[in-house]
Design a binder for this molecule. Structure first.
Ligand code: HEM
Length: 429
């Protein structure tokens, strides 16, 4: 499939259209009348509600409150939390290495822990210990849900008191109680003026309060259960995707040591061995080019969908309601007509003059989606990846272990199937 082609196919009663043309993709992602596909399975919906699971007016209301510009502005305040989590990971690696000259480990597990910790700390601030507990329960709930989704679907089965169903119900109740406690406590602190706003939950409550105040009516704000859904979404949308970005970056920088060296030289030139700061992270050019190229070749979300809910003309075609438009990020990112014959190669240089130049102003690079429904954690994830990489490069040289097996797989997100076995050495500079 190439940019100019369109592919139509039917799955069950639903017509699906695969769209590869950047112009059409832009039109689809700009048009507000086409909404995201509702999560079809009630169990999946039960896990990922919040922004990612809502459509239409409900989404618009939430998106107004959970708004990326608002978060981007406050990102600087979250850097200390990201720094603490990265330092803890680096310290663990140093301890494991001890006096030896090198250490082999599966960094994927450490990135999973790191991104869980970052999202717990940045969502819940001071209550991050409770937050970690919450996200641990959510992880278990996701695993149990995954088991249910893989089994044969029997209507009504989820209401039977099986061992798994009872555990899922218990987790749900426990999660709710933990969330409610934290939210009530935070609201109390906000009223007393003793809550700081360096975390996602406080920001969410604050922008919710503002929205209610401006509109003069509670119906414009989010209810407690909706705030809970948003917090759950932060975890599901933000943890695994960022962990995979870091994992693919380590793999590609191991495969391309010249780029690893260039990245380390840049990091050392800007920060030396000192703590990375916000302005310095924003000045990292080579590291940013590398991250973009990793996101182009291995986008954590490989495809997403929009549904036509009212007859719509797109380009020269008219689509009836009910048609599903599939937007395959990964195919567009790998299209030789858009990226040239070296499209399968790792070449961060193509981003040396920014995204607009690399894409020739076409929408051929959209790892975080685009338009009004772009990922709210876009800048958050880039900042997290930059600080983690900076600190790894400051401390270690790395290469792939001979036991690493290159097998990209897609289970919810795009990840290395057999982990990421890396050999670390103390950086000599
Ligand atoms: C490398 C990391 C990430 C990637 C590649 C990524 C990618 C995406 C993509 C492609 C979408 C659109 C999906 C669709 O429309 O069907 C999305 C939506 C979303 N992302 Fe991310 N994301 C990342 C990190 C994060 C983080 C860290 C957070 C939260 C802190 C987050 C929160 C969200 C939310 C809430 C949505 C739903 C937005 C809406 O529906 O309006 N993401 N993300």
């Amino acid at each position: 499939m190439h940019a100019g082609e369109k592919s139509f196919f039917w799955v069950g009663p639903t017509a699906k259209v695969l769209i590869m043309d950047p112009e059409l993709i832009k039109e689809i992602l700009t048009k507000n009348i086409i909404f995201k596909k509702p999560t079809p399975n009630p169990l999946a919906k039960f896990l990922v509600a919040g922004l990612a699971g809502y459509e239409g007016e409900k989404w618009a209301k939430h998106r107004k409150i959970v708004n990326p510009a608002f978060y981007a502005e406050k990102l600087k305040n979250m850097l200390p939390a990201m720094y603490i989590c990265c330092s803890e990971m680096i310290m663990k690696w140093e301890t494991l290495m001890g006096e030896t000259s090198c250490l082999e480990l599966d960094v994927q597990q450490y990135f999973d822990d790191l991104t869980s910790d970052v999202i717990s700390r940045t969502t819940f601030g001071n209550s991050h210990a409770d937050g970690r507990n919450i996200f641990q329960l959510q992880k278990e709930q996701a695993e149990l849900t995954g088991q249910v989704l893989k089994s044969v679907y029997i209507p009504g089965w989820r209401f039977l008191p099986t061992k798994r169903n009872r555990r899922m119900k218990r987790i749900d109740n426990e999660l709710r109680a933990l969330f409610v406690d934290i939210i009530l406590e935070r609201e109390k602190a906000m009223k007393l003026g003793i809550s700081n706003d360096d975390n996602l939950l406080s920001m969410l409550l604050e922008s919710n309060r503002k929205e209610i105040q401006e509109q003069g009516n509670f119906k414009y704000g989010l209810r407690t259960d909706e705030v809970i859904e948003e917090c759950k979404t932060f975890y599901f949308a933000g943890q695994e995707s960022t962990s995979n970005l870091l994992a693919w970056t380590m793999i590609l920088l191991s495969m391309h040591p010249t780029w690893q060296l260039r990245a380390r030289q840049e990091v050392l030139q800007i920060f030396g061995k000192n703590k990375p700061d916000y302005d310095g992270l924003n000045r990292l050019k080579v590291v940013t080019m590398i991250i973009y190229e990793v996101l182009r070749l291995y986008p954590p979300a490989t495809i997403f969908t929009r549904v036509i809910y009212k007859e719509t003309k797109l380009g020269e075609m008219t689509f009836p309601s009910g048609v599903q438009l599939m937007l395959p990020i990964i195919l567009v990112h790998h299209d030789p007509q858009l990226w040239g014959e070296d499209c399968k190669e790792f070449n961060p240089q193509r981003f040396s003059e920014g995204i607009a130049k690399a894409t020739k102003n076409r929408l051929s690079f959209f790892p975080f989606s685009w338009g009004p429904r772009i990922c709210i954690g876009n800048n958050f994830a880039l900042m997290e990846a930059k600080i983690a990489l900076t600190m790894i490069l400051q401390n270690f040289d790395f290469e792939l272990s001979p036991s690493y097996i290159h097998a990209p797989s897609y289970v919810v997100t795009h990840k290395p199937q057999h982990g990421v076995n890396i050999i670390l050495r103390k950086a000599c500079t």
